[in-house]
Design a protein. Structure first.
Lengths: 238, 336
């Protein structure tokens, strides 16, 4: 049976088992690895809330790549406002953010503690309070816009798309030039750091996002005009 | 663990009382001394409560168990007719022997009355745990307790799991609550060792031993005899089980005792004439417990909790909010 359980991955998986003893590792004949089993949700005071039966798909290029979380127990209502699809696939965050996170090693225990566990705790919170505990992204491209607004620390679509466009066509400012954002700081001390983050997102994704941004900025497209009006109220990251 | 809190509180109260007794202002105050000693006697009486404390009774309802609460020592209800018939009967049984170790050391620090409260409370906690899981208390040997699991209304596979669950839960109480309680007082902790074996229908003879009032309905079986012997080979707060238990409930939770104590301890019983070699195994009760469907593990600190059947909806969400707020969920048609 072909598996890719090398020493490092085996150690990582053993660590998952130490923290989450009911998550079992399953090595498929295809070489893919899954985690299946229960996650018990406790709060910071040590109060037990509930248990979710889940499945995590480990990416083939592990420890690179983004793991996927599925909720199997069906405790979460299958509606998009709960950030889950009908098959139980959990939308733990905007894909761009996850790709940036996975640019370097994204160990399965980190995925569990940074994304999966908080996501499930948030679902438990929703079950009691009727809303999520913190900021949630809008569905579809609206959430992608919020992601970029948070990343660039601006709500200016034109500026964001200018940066993305320039990055894709390598027409970025020189390090010592003043930054385009108007902060009065040099580019190397301002948005250069953000551009470095863009390098971690695939160019195909960036091109697709850029064309969507350009559509929003096109006044003759009525749907996007309306969409654009709605987006002005977003305060990303708050 | 919350379910054992009352038992631990009893021990805590006895030790606090003892400290007061040794205070100079009490030593020469006969009235105060008398009243503290009376309190100790009351605590000892409290341990004699025949029924499991409500916390343990809640456990039985949470786990959907049928506890065996009304029982007489040495009289398994399915075989009590043997007391009057003077007959014999073959029927399977799981035998568990629990021994409390290290109580002698307590005499260095405490009076016999306090040592009695501590050892009694622990023994009663063990008895109550077994009763809640459907065990029948057969015999007490000082600090040792022999318990049977199984009977005519129970399947072998169900009763072996009940037996292992009771042993694991009680050992967890000893290894966490009791251990840290004594260690925090600078005293070598008291601990338990448990031996468990299963005898099949052909191997267990039920009979009346003794005569008249000096009698009990008991088993004559190699496997009942092996339980205390295997107990002696368990590590502190450990459980050793026989080959038959492994055969009845196969899992990844066993490792031969030989791996820990050496090859000469591989078999607990040998009959070379019949080429019969009976292996003893360490039972990894900690892993067994955390994988139990009724147990939840707090991944922040590794502590285990009994899952309630229903979570109280009135519990405040403040502790949950700080963890949940880290999540910024999304819905799109891409990975994430």
């Amino acid at each position: 049976m072909a598996t890719r359980l090398d020493k490092e991955a085996t150690q990582d998986f053993a660590e998952v088992r130490r923290h989450f003893p009911k998550l079992l590792t399953i090595a498929l004949e295809s070489g893919n690895v899954l985690f299946e089993g229960d996650i018990d949700i406790f709060d910071q005071q040590g109060v037990y809330w509930n248990t979710y039966n889940i499945r995590i798909t480990v990416p083939t290029q592990y420890p690179r790549g983004v793991p996927e979380l599925h909720e199997v127990s069906q405790l979460i209502e299958r509606v998009i406002d709960r950030h889950i699809d009908k098959d139980g696939w959990c939308c733990v965050g905007v894909s761009h953010e996850l790709f940036i996170r996975a640019h370097r090693d994204f160990r399965i225990i980190d995925f569990l503690s940074e994304y999966a566990y908080p996501y499930l705790a948030n679902q438990s919170y929703f079950m009691v309070e009727g809303h999520f505990a913190g900021f949630e992204y809008k569905h579809g491209f609206g959430g992608v816009i919020q992601f970029y607004q948070k990343l660039f620390k601006t709500q200016d679509f034109e500026l964001i798309s200018k940066f993305i466009d320039s990055f894709l066509h390598t027409r970025l400012p020189r390090y010592r030039d003043m930054c385009w954002c108007g902060s009065g700081r040099k580019y190397r001390k301002c948005h250069l750091l953000v551009i470095n983050e863009l390098k971690k997102i695939s160019k195909t994704q960036l091109k697709s996002d850029l064309s969507n941004f350009q559509l929003i900025q096109t006044p003759q497209v009525p749907f996007f005009k309306q969409f654009r009006r709605g987006m002005t109220s977003i305060v990303a990251g708050s | 663990m919350e379910i054992y809190k009352s038992y631990l509180d009893n021990i805590r109260a006895a030790l606090a009382n003892e400290i007061q007794l040794s205070a100079p202002e009490v030593m020469f105050n006969e009235d105060r001394k008398r009243s503290l000693l009376e309190e100790q006697k009351q605590l000892l009486k409290k341990t004699k409560n025949a029924q499991p404390l409500p916390s343990l009774q809640d456990l039985s309802s949470d786990w959907g168990l049928r506890p065996a609460l009304n029982q007489k020592l040495g009289l398994h209800p399915d075989f009590q007719h043997l007391k009057y018939e003077n007959g014999v009967e073959y029927h399977y049984i799981h035998s568990m022997f629990i021994d409390i170790k290290g109580s002698t050391n307590l005499f260095k620090y405490y009076s016999p009355l306090v040592v009695a409260i501590v050892t009694n409370t622990i023994q009663i906690a063990a008895i109550h745990t077994c009763m809640v899981f459907g065990g029948y208390i057969q015999r007490l040997h000082g600090d040792g307790t022999l318990v049977y699991f199984g009977g005519k209304q129970q399947t072998r596979s169900d009763s072996v799991q009940r037996c292992l669950s009771a042993a694991s839960l009680f050992t967890h109480f000893m290894k966490t609550d009791i251990k840290s309680f004594f260690e925090s007082r600078g005293i070598k902790p008291i601990y338990t060792r448990i031996g468990i074996d299963y005898g099949n229908d052909d191997d267990v003879l039920w009979m009346l031993a003794g005569a008249g009032e000096a009698s009990e309905v008991t088993t004559c079986s190699l496997h009942t005899s092996l339980a205390p012997k295997m107990q002696a080979n368990a590590k502190g707060n450990g459980i050793v089980v026989g080959d038959n238990v492994v055969g009845l409930f196969p899992s990844e939770f066993y490792s031969p005792v030989a791996a820990r104590l050496g090859e000469e301890h591989r078999y607990i019983f040998r009959n070379q004439a019949k080429n019969f070699n009976y292996t003893q195994y360490d039972f990894d009760w900690e892993t067994y417990l955390v994988q139990n469907e009724h147990i939840a593990t707090n991944h922040f600190n590794g502590t285990i909790h009994i899952k309630p059947r229903q979570v109280k909806v009135v519990q405040p969400t403040t502790g949950l909010a700080s963890i949940a707020a880290v999540s910024n969920p999304y819905y799109g048609n891409q990975v994430g």
